[in-house]
Design a protein around this ligand. Structure first.
Ligand code: ADP
Ligand code: MG
Length: 637
């Protein structure tokens, strides 16, 4: 059929350009990428064969083959996996799924910094152009009777044609015409047996399918008695398997080295850095499964984007079933990477079945509790490392407190927060242990940043009393604190709520009553003047230095919550709040002597101050500015 010449999508061109012109280190990772694609293709064929046994046309063992040719200076990577249709080649090799998104720019930047990350961005195939100046691909999809041939020099275009069925049958072969590098570049020779052996060992040892290569050896010729004849050799060809094919997760932990664990992590996560910690778990008894799970040491580039997939790779008795099985992990553990291999699930399990499957459900339950126990041990025994983990993924883990009722207590124990006690992070247990005996509740405040909260007027009286306050500054904290009402039989109280009171003793209460009477006229003046803005005006029990603050009703959204919702473009229900005044502040005694007009003008200024103090925007900044100018002129007189 006719050969067509087509242009790559602009983004692919950019990636190719990067491969050809800018990347000089770690060229060998191209082999890891192509082998990993071949292994995916074999996995997918095996999976499809289970669903549709008629597809199983080849009796040949599933494998990957490397065919180096030193004379032609080529390397061919072959598999008998699923293959691709004509249109699949165009889609998979000619375009990038997330083109046009900001992910792409980010991806290009990251790849440039560290080429080994390429697999992470779903563009691993193009790494072939780091070592080749021409790539030919022939592929035949399982179930099809013709094949497709694709070719490119890594410039702006490729050619594609439909060709007759391959002799090798279903599968893909990729031939790299290797570049000739200048000597000073010390490039490896990828037609050399020992180079290929060591690269496969390094990156692809645990690939489950055999990676084969024909090699020749000089074998000593033997005499009639079976003894080697000295100095006489004959060439013998043999078919070697280069990888050990061990499914790491099924081996006993005691036999696995740290290096093997780390290499496997890099393989599944496409990360370059070592993981922070790992959990290797074998469950026996009513449920039989193995899990190998890792906590990454960096936040992935596409973390927390809605379309980003998460979850463990699922295997059934070593047979790959699916990537990113979300049914195995709750959202709040979405940062974890790993594999799970079950002995109890049927092989022909589909996503629809998985969602309702009881076996899977109980595996998930066991994994969650295993992981939460792991974090607990980390917290107790490796505090420094746990805090590093917390800084990366604590905000995600916290989501479990309001969403996973069954594990809430365990999750609350894992919580770390900032507080007014010290610069560092504290657990709730540590907070409670520090509480003076007269302190009745656990106090907290939510806001944008520790800096903003540290100077907050709401803290004034608490500070004076020596009571510690937790500072919650992650957006998710509004949600977390609304479901976290008690810890160790102590109530958690927001210090910006109107029902918060510190005065426990009778005489303090009486004192407040007295103040209310003494400033009755100011209270009613403020209430009248600000009637449209506030629900009521009260004498405050939380201020020491500041004159005013605003507090929310017990069930209304907090000011911080309202700002968050507005930032997300949502309509925040505007509930009127209560204005609290600190009548010990000289402003109020001074105000008592003013004429009504001036009192009203000050009322507005005080209200604006309360907004500024809590970090909310002013309703009318121009007016406020004018009022301040007037005030400044007054003091001059
Ligand atoms: P990723 O593997 O992350 O999807 P790649 O750039 O490595 O990204 O590969 C792009 C796509 O090309 C793969 O998702 C797959 O659909 C297809 N592909 C690549 N190599 C093969 C192969 N050997 N057999 C079948 N399909 C392949
Ligand atoms: Mg790939």
């Amino acid at each position: 059929m006719q050969k067509e010449t087509k242009a790559f999508q602009a983004e692919v061109k950019q990636i190719l350009d990067l491969m050809v012109h800018s990347l000089y280190s770690q060229r060998e990772i191209f082999l890891r990428e192509l082998v990993s694609n071949a292994s995916d293709a074999l996995d997918r064929l095996r999976y499809e064969e289970i669903q549709d046994p008629s597809l199983n046309t080849s009796q040949e063992e599933k494998h990957i083959r490397l065919i180096p040719d030193a004379t032609a200076n080529t390397l061919t990577i072959q598999d008998n996996g699923i293959g691709m249709r004509h249109e699949e080649v165009e889609k998979n090799i000619g375009t990038i799924a997330y083109s046009g998104t900001k992910n792409f720019i980010e991806a290009a930047k990251k790849i440039k910094e560290s080429p080994a990350l390429i697999g992470q961005f779903g563009v691993g195939f193009y790494s072939a152009f780091m070592v080749a100046d021409r790539v030919e691909l022939e592929t035949q999809r399982a179930g099809e009777t013709h094949a497709t041939r694709w070719e490119s020099n890594g410039d702006g275009t490729y050619t594609i044609a439909t060709i007759p069925a391959r002799q090798a049958g279903v599968g893909t072969s990729i031939t790299l015409h290797l570049k000739k590098f200048a000597e000073e570049e010390e490039a490896q020779n990828f037609t050399d047996e020992w180079t290929l052996r060591s690269v496969v060992r390094k990156y692809s040892d645990f690939i489950e399918f055999p990676i084969k290569m024909k090699t020749t050896r000089d074998i000593p010729v033997k005499d009639a008695d079976g003894k080697d004849i000295e100095g006489k050799f004959e060439k013998q060809e043999q078919d070697d398997t280069l990888n050990s094919q061990k499914a790491l997760w099924l081996r006993p932990a005691s036999e696995i080295s740290d290096a093997e664990y780390q290499e496997f992590y890099k393989h599944i996560s496409h990360e370059w850095k070592e993981p922070l910690t790992r959990v290797h778990y074998k469950a026996e008894g009513s449920q039989e499964f193995s899990a190998l799970m890792y906590v990454p040491s960096t936040v992935p580039y596409d973390y927390n984007q809605r379309e980003t997939k998460y979850g463990f790779s699922l295997y059934v008795k070593r047979v790959f079933i699916m990537e990113c099985c979300q049914e195995l992990v709750p959202q709040y553990l979405r940062f974890m990477k790993g594999v799970v291999d079950s002995s109890d699930l049927p092989l022909n399990v589909s996503r629809e079945i998985l969602q309702k499957d009881r076996t899977l459900h109980s595996i998930r339950k066991a994994l969650i509790s295993k992981l939460l126990r792991h974090f607990k041990t980390e917290l107790e025994q490796e505090r420094g490392r746990y805090e590093s983990f917390w800084k990366l993924f604590g905000a995600t883990l916290k989501e479990g407190i309001p969403s996973d009722y069954a594990n809430k207590d365990a999750l609350v124990d894992l919580l770390l927060c900032r507080s007014t006690h010290s610069e560092g992070l504290t657990t709730l247990a540590e907070y409670v242990a520090r509480m003076p005996s007269e302190q009745k509740a656990i106090y907290f405040i939510t806001g944008e940043s520790v800096g903003q909260l540290a100077g907050s007027p709401y803290l004034e009286k608490l500070k004076k009393k020596g009571f510690e306050v937790l500072l919650f500054v992650d957006p998710v904290d509004e949600w977390v604190t609304s479901s976290l009402t008690e810890y160790q039989e102590k109530k958690l109280e927001s210090i910006t709520r109107e029902n918060f009171h510190l005065d426990g003793e009778e005489e303090e209460k009486a004192e407040r009553k007295e103040k209310e009477t003494a400033f009755k006229s100011i209270l009613s003046l403020l209430t009248e003047t600000l009637a449209e803005k506030v629900k009521e005006v009260k004498v405050s029990d939380r201020l020491v230095d500041s004159p005013v603050c605003l507090v929310s009703g017990e069930h209304d959204p907090s000011a911080h919550m309202q700002r968050l919702m507005e930032a997300m473009g949502q309509d925040a229900p505007k509930a009127k709040r209560t204005l609290e005044i600190n009548v010990d502040h000289p402003i109020f005694s001074k105000m008592q002597g003013f004429a009504p007009d001036r009192q009203k003008s000050w009322a507005h200024i005080l209200y604006s101050q309360a907004l500024l103090n809590e970090g909310s925007p002013l309703e009318d900044p121009m007016l406020f500015s004018k009022q301040i100018s007037e005030l400044m002129l007054e003091t001059q007189q």
